[in-house]
Design a protein around this ligand. Structure first.
Ligand SMILES: [Zn+2]
Length: 370
């Protein structure tokens, strides 16, 4: 369990025994966090129900879910927001899947049909074994970020969910760049548009010359400036970047690049620093002479609060033991082929993945992706 200590304080915690491999009881952390901002308390439980890699574990998963429901019921009844997140390993469990047994006590962040008479609320979007359930909250969105998996930081994609209730909003625009943006990036695009008028924006997309870019994951917005090479264009871009910087916390901003300078939340004390493109390119676009670039966390601004479980880069390749059957679900998005024999080699690498620092281009010394 990890959280941002500037926002949350741990006010209660316990390890709840859940059957893991062979039914061996393993403590899984159930933590109460209280907001330092408004005093709101929430419960978050990070769980990992057993896979079949050390023998059939379906019965252990059934017992795990039974205990999880029993533990959460009084917390849900008490009325505070409650979340249970993790790898449920339940892709083949039919009516014993988590989204059959944890609902209707909790909602699946990926949604499902209501009032169908079917106790199984099948998620509408793809999160076959990694789930986020919550109670006493309203989910606004849920996303699956496969870039984590492609970079071999984990054999699972990053699953995130946003809850509603943010009190900052700006009206939608008709920009095609809105598509696929994370809540914070969407907030940046819409609020810049509302504040400074229509622009051409860049959102989700490959940045082949910059493997560390936040654009493919939808966590960045480019704001194109007309007449950027005139004093008026430069002044406009500067007004926009200063406004975004002033509102960095509400917008979930991590860093801004404009006119060969970078400012970041993490190095705020250094103000605007010299920026060079990771590829060494010095054309106006690479140096951001013609557009401010704004990177964001994903959903930490007031537009949404993400529940995430990321894998730290230093853990990449350090966890070779856990590359198991989940790969089938994530690599194809469909159930495992029935013809596959248990002895067949796994489709996922058992050799340690290259670490992120060697897989990515060297990049700038401060480690910021661009
Ligand atoms: Zn950009």
């Amino acid at each position: 369990m990890a959280w941002d200590p500037s926002t949350w304080e741990m006010t209660n915690a316990r390890l709840v025994p859940i059957p893991y491999f062979g039914g061996k009881l393993t403590g899984m952390p159930l933590v109460q966090l209280t907001s330092r901002v408004d005093g709101q308390s929430i419960w978050v439980w990070s769980i990992h129900n057993p896979a079949n890699v050390h023998g059939p574990a379906a019965q252990h998963r059934i017992e795990a879910l039974r205990r999880q429901v029993a533990e959460l019921e009084p917390l849900v009844t008490a009325g505070q927001p409650v979340f249970i997140v993790g790898d449920f390993n339940d892709g083949k469990d039919g009516p014993n899947r988590a989204h059959c047994t944890l609902t209707p006590l909790l909602e699946n962040a990926f949604g499902g049909p209501d009032n169908t008479g079917d106790p199984c609320k099948v998620p509408t979007r793809g999160a076959p074994i990694d789930h986020i359930f919550g109670a006493n909250v309203t989910f606004a969105s849920a996303t699956v970020d496969r870039s984590i998996q492609q970079e071999k930081i984990s054999d699972h994609p990053l699953v995130t969910a946003s809850i509603g209730g943010g009190d900052t909003s700006c009206p939608p625009t008709d920009s095609p760049a809105e598509k696929g943006l994370t809540p914070d990036a969407l907030l940046v695009l819409r609020c810049v548009d509302a504040e400074f008028g229509p622009h051409t924006y860049g959102g989700v997309g490959d940045r082949a010359s910059n493997p560390g870019s936040d654009h493919p994951a939808g966590r960045a917005v480019d704001i194109m400036i007309n007449n950027w090479n005139t004093p008026a264009g430069e002044a406009e871009g500067t007004r926009i970047t200063e406004w975004v910087r002033e509102h960095a916390k509400e917008l979930g901003v991590t860093y801004i690049i404009w006119r060969a300078k970078i400012w970041s939340v993490a190095r705020n004390a250094e103000e605007w620093r010299t920026y060079t493109h990771p590829s060494g390119a010095t054309d106006p676009t690479s140096l951001h002479m013609d557009h401010p670039h704004v990177s964001v966390n994903a959903g930490t601004g007031l537009g949404g609060n993400d529940i995430v479980y990321p894998v730290p880069p230093q853990m990449a390749g350090a966890d070779a033991h856990n590359w198991h059957e989940s790969g089938y679900y994530w690599s194809t998005g469909t159930p495992e082929p029935t013809s596959r024999s248990p002895a067949e080699p796994q489709s996922w690498p058992h050799t340690p993945a290259p670490s992120r620092s060697t897989a990515a281009s060297p990049g700038p010394a401060d480690g910021w992706s661009r």
